[in-house]
Write a new protein. Structure first.
Length: 278
């Protein structure tokens, strides 16, 4: 009888403890980063990974990805004195960037870059990178730190230099390591960046005679090169080869300027790509 009473008491205690509703942890509060925009200038946001999704809280905010560059977002005000609103950006590395957008006639900051550094914006995990994207990012980071292996492949224009430092290959991906240098005091804002295969035998080329190659992944700041600065950028391209009469051309066009850069790489250089391992 004594043992029965003990069992009943234990049963009641277990029932009471499990019967109470579990207290849910309070949701985390994500602080939005203040972002000033205007009608007359473009604000550039550079992310470490491609922009997968953009949500604008109002039609008063204009946002679009840069041409040929997946990790750069251009933001602008659609009208003067717009009401404060929100902007949310999601990247495939599992991060959510939240902004509080306000109008300013003359914003003091026009470029925000998070490539290669921890951003000061609030972020939360969303969906992780796929295994392929994770590998591209890891290899690109390693390539960015490699020493120069290729000499003589460079283009110059009015104080700007574009140099091919190295070519690497892993599985079916070619990693191109570039060096950008700005010797002037004027910031260099990139409008377009294109990889195309062109036939040397065609003096007058048409769009149908050019084959554009879209990068699979980009590592580094591809939005701007600050005055009196230098930086390394890595592009991951799908593996390809070319006949000797064709060449790969890399074109960088300056926004509202004429310091355009064009670099040509032949198949003989391309096939010297060095294997790289993690």
């Amino acid at each position: 009888m004594k043992n029965l009473r003990i069992m009943v008491i234990l049963t009641l205690l277990c029932t009471a403890s499990h019967g109470q509703p579990a207290k849910n942890a309070p949701p985390a509060v994500i602080q939005s980063y203040p972002l000033s925009v205007t009608c007359f200038k473009t604000t550039t946001l550079v992310f470490p990974f491609a922009v997968k999704s953009v949500d604008r809280g109002s039609w008063d905010v204009l946002a679009q990805k840069a041409k040929g560059v997946e990790n750069v977002l251009w933001v602008k005000a659609a009208r003067r004195e717009m009401e404060p609103t929100s902007l949310t950006v999601i990247t495939p590395d599992g991060k959510l960037y939240s902004y509080l957008v306000e109008y300013a006639p003359n914003p003091t900051v026009l470029t925000l870059t998070y490539a290669g550094s921890e951003p000061s914006v609030a972020m939360t995990s969303f969906h992780p990178l796929t295994s392929n994207e994770s590998q591209l990012a890891a290899v690109a980071r390693k390539v960015a730190g490699c020493k120069k292996r290729i000499r003589g492949k460079k283009a110059k224009n009015a104080g700007m230099t574009l140099r091919l430092k190295g070519l690497y290959i892993r599985e079916d991906v070619i990693y191109c390591q570039f060096y950008l240098q700005n010797k002037t005091h004027l910031d260099y804002t990139i409008d377009q960046l294109r990889f195309t295969i062109i036939d040397r035998r065609q003096p007058r080329r048409t769009a149908s005679q050019e084959r554009e190659i879209k990068p699979l992944f980009t590592s580094g700041n591809t939005a701007a090169v600050k005055g009196r600065s230098e930086q390394t950028v890595v592009f991951a391209l799908p593996k390809f080869t070319m006949p000797d009469q064709k060449y790969l051309t890399i074109q960088i066009m300056e926004q509202n300027g004429g310091r355009h850069l064009t670099l040509e790489v032949g198949n003989r250089t391309l096939v010297r790509a060095v294997p790289i391992n993690l």
